[in-house]
Design a protein around this ligand. Structure first.
Ligand code: UDX
Ligand code: UDX
Ligand code: ADP
Length: 463
């Protein structure tokens, strides 16, 4: 089957960039991205593509090229489902905040809603593609809903997990390490897999397109994220030991990274990993392992999360201790709020937890982040429900200029590794601060020697 019409349900960090790149690379395919959130669709359709709701380097140019040609953003979910041969499900699957599996299991209510909507609308055979990260065997649930509530048409369910990292989404999509497509091992399943392979083959060489059964594909996504997060927790565990022993974690990371069995990537010690995937996927993996009675497997992976929580808390504790065991009424300036550079996404960002700890100690937090909005920061804090919205708004002041944010501060904490932070006039910042002027570099991006020469008391991670 030749694919000419694709629909994607969910215009978020995964659906938006992925569909933009498919549309750019496949001008013969009409790609419609739908979302229930009217504001989000309105933003994707903003005449100025610099105002699209997701910031990713290179994305605005691709949207400018393809939008209106073969890329469309719409709230007409049913129409798009009806017209498409292939439907990608890219809706959010957050960790459950209620009921059985609260705090661990993935919340599949949005996925189920999508499946029911597809079943209701579809009058022809369709391929349904899971793009969102899902617990292994979700395809079974989707298939059951589709087959039992549909209009008698045939559905093929594929799993095609997304491996893009935010901040590099466009380059990751244009040049993926691999594309993974899982499907049924029946002739119909294989035909569906082939149809999707041919979409990606427009720009990805076939030797990088891996096909597996559905369950392997679903579990590979969780496995990849668990391995990546584990590397960060492993190096972060070593960072604490480095601080006690006089070793320097940057040197240690370099030394082990040169071993080709280990490799140099994902060994940056930090204030802790964030993002929508790592924590959620590992918690989900732990939950699945427990549900099969595999307690040792569950405990093994849960330790990655325990270590990450410890690393965030350790950072806020260090700030309090260094500032003479009290930060009450002191101004502490955060540079960065996003969970990593080059994105406006803040989900599970370490900054949120560090801010929450310091506000509990009655600090006044000022924040500057080049891409995160004021409302986002406040709603991130409110979501923790530690205190009232009014109290959060009093404790957190948001600036759109880093120099203003740092004026009169007792300490600066780097929470995100934005490149621009390394280019600031640090002497000017030093002159505007209370003395002693402290810097807590949660990303090890600043030049410690230069800052110390200016007069700062510099604290990095793991040295
Ligand atoms: C190890 C280190 O590799 C080496 O750098 C260090 O100097 C000494 O310790 P060694 O113990 O000789 O070397 O062998 P290694 O190849 O690392 O294997 C250790 C164990 O892990 C073996 O039992 C091996 O079978 C097992 N292993 C290794 C696996 O089970 N899976 C793998 O993928 C690799
Ligand atoms: C991750 C996976 O990389 C991606 O393949 C998957 O599809 C989605 O989840 P993402 O969450 O966008 O992507 O970003 P990633 O670059 O993996 O960073 C995750 C977190 O780890 C960030 O908070 C980052 O700052 C932190 N990190 C990363 C470190 O602290 N040290 C490192 O060495 C690398
Ligand atoms: P991700 O990082 O997985 O892309 P996001 O939260 O950024 O997650 O995006 C998911 C999007 O899916 C949101 O914009 C949300 O409004 C949308 N969505 C959730 N459920 C539905 C649904 N049933 N129909 C259409 N859109 C949905």
């Amino acid at each position: 089957m030749e694919i000419t019409k694709i629909c994607c349900i969910g215009a978020g960090y995964v659906g938006g960039p992925t569909m933009a790149v498919i549309a750019q690379k496949c001008p013969h395919i009409q790609v419609t991205v739908v979302d229930l959130n009217e504001q989000r669709i309105k933003d994707w359709n903003d005449p100025n593509t610099d105002n699209i709701p997701i910031y990713e380097p290179g994305l605005s140019g691709i949207v400018a090229e393809a939008r209106g040609r073969n890329l469309f953003f719409s709230t007409e979910v049913e129409k798009a489902i009806d017209e498409a041969q292939v439907i990608f499900i890219s809706v959010n699957t957050p960790t459950k905040t209620y009921g059985k599996g609260k705090g661990m299991a993935a919340d599949l209510k949005y996925i189920e809603l999508c499946a029911r909507q597809i079943a209701k609308v579809a009058k022809q055979n369709k391929i349904v593609v899971e793009k969102s990260t899902l617990p292994v065997r979700t395809a079974e649930a989707i298939k059951s809903i589709l087959d039992n509530t549909g209009n008698g048409v045939q559905f093929q369910i594929l799993s095609n997990p997304e491996f893009l990292a935010e901040g590099t989404a466009v380059t990751d999509l244009l040049n993926p390490d691999r594309i993974l497509i899982g499907g049924d091992t029946t002739p119909e399943g294989e035909a569906a897999i082939d149809a999707l392979v041919n979409v990606y083959a427009n720009w990805v060489s076939k030797d990088k397109i891996l096909t597996t059964n559905v369950w392997s594909s679903e579990l590979s996504k969780l496995t990849a994220n668990a391995f990546l997060a584990q590397r960060i927790s492993s190096i972060n565990a070593m960072s604490e030991l480095c601080e006690k022993t006089g070793a320097d974690v940057n040197e240690v990371a370099k030394a082990i990274g040169m071993d080709s069995r280990i490799g140099p990537k994902f060994l940056k010690a930090s204030v802790g990993f964030g993002g929508s995937c790592f924590q959620k996927d590992i918690l989900n993996l732990v939950y699945i392992a427990k549900s099969y009675g595999l307690n040792e497997v569950a405990d093994y992976w849960e330790q990655v999360i325990i270590m990450n929580d410890h690393q965030k808390r350790r950072f806020s504790n260090k700030i309090v201790q260094t500032l003479y065991n009290t930060v009450a009424d002191k101004k502490i300036t955060f540079l960065g709020w996003a969970f990593k550079k080059d994105t406006n996404d803040t989900r599970e960002s370490a900054a949120i937890y560090v801010a929450d700890d310091l506000i509990n100690e009655q600090a006044k937090i000022s924040v500057y982040d080049p891409k995160v909005s004021r409302n986002k920061m406040l709603s991130d804090l409110d979501y923790l429900e530690t205190r009232s919205e009014v109290e959060n708004a009093e404790a957190l002041t948001i600036f759109d200029n880093a120099y203003e944010a740092c004026k009169g501060a007792h300490a600066i904490a780097i929470l995100t590794e934005w490149d621009e932070f390394t280019t600031y006039d640090w002497k000017r910042i030093y002159d505007s601060m209370h003395k002693p002027a402290f810097v807590f570099d949660g990303r090890n991006i600043l030049n410690a020697k230069e800052l110390q020469a200016i007069g700062f008391v510099y604290n990095g991670i793991g040295a």
